[in-house]
Design a protein around this ligand. Structure first.
Ligand code: 5GP
Ligand code: MG
Length: 176
């Protein structure tokens, strides 16, 4: 199977959008005990760029979940493979995601985090693909809305490739 990359958003467009998000998030969370939860591994690049431009104090922590559904179809079997290191009870939690697609992983993650009684729980995703949603999830902040494509670059991989690309691309199957 041959693929080609079609550019969706440039490094500069991503940077400008993150600047805008940071303005809003810094205002919304001013004076609160903010915990940013970065969902490994795709969101690391987004989380690094976003956190460096926030103007408010925060704690950064990481969680890793695996969704076997993406290998075999939308089964939605999700589990935590690396948990948070800090307790989030009574904290304002903002989950940082690279992309929300079916919503299955995020739905699981939000239900899990809710049981730990944060005082607030919101989601910030760089990319949102509402056309592929299987379960409704609340998105509070989003970078860009995408049509039904498979995105790579800027942390997003295809079998571990393309994470290091500065821009975001759609991976398009060649039909020849
Ligand atoms: P969801 O559970 O919403 O379907 O997506 C879970 C995870 O699958 C995302 O956080 C992301 O890591 C991966 N994923 C979903 N859609 C895409 C995509 O278009 N490109 C890439 N590279 N990963 C995706
Ligand atoms: Mg992810």
């Amino acid at each position: 199977m041959r693929y080609r990359l079609e550019k969706l958003y440039s490094e500069n467009q991503i940077k400008e959008r993150i600047d805008e998000l940071c303005l809003v998030i810094s205002q919304d969370y001013a004076g609160s005990d903010l915990v940013l939860v970065c969902v490994l591994r795709g969101s690391v690049y987004f989380a690094v760029d976003l956190t460096r431009r926030l103007t408010i104090p925060f704690t950064l922590d990481f969680i890793s979940i695996s969704n076997y559904g993406h290998e075999t179809g939308p089964l939605g079997i999700v589990r935590i493979t690396k948990d948070l290191d800090i307790p989030i009870a009574g904290k304002q939690v903002l989950v940082l995601e690279d992309i929300v697609d079916t919503g299955l992983s995020l739905n699981y993650l939000l239900r899990n985090l809710k049981t730990r009684h944060p005082s607030g729980l919101r989601v910030c995703t760089l990319l949102n693909v509402p056309a592929r949603r299987l379960v409704e999830v609340p998105i509070d902040y989003q970078g860009f809305e995408l049509p039904d494509v498979f995105a790579v670059g800027y942390g997003l991989d295809y079998h571990e490739r393309y994470r290091n690309l500065m821009d975001i691309y759609a991976l398009v199957r060649e039909t020849d």
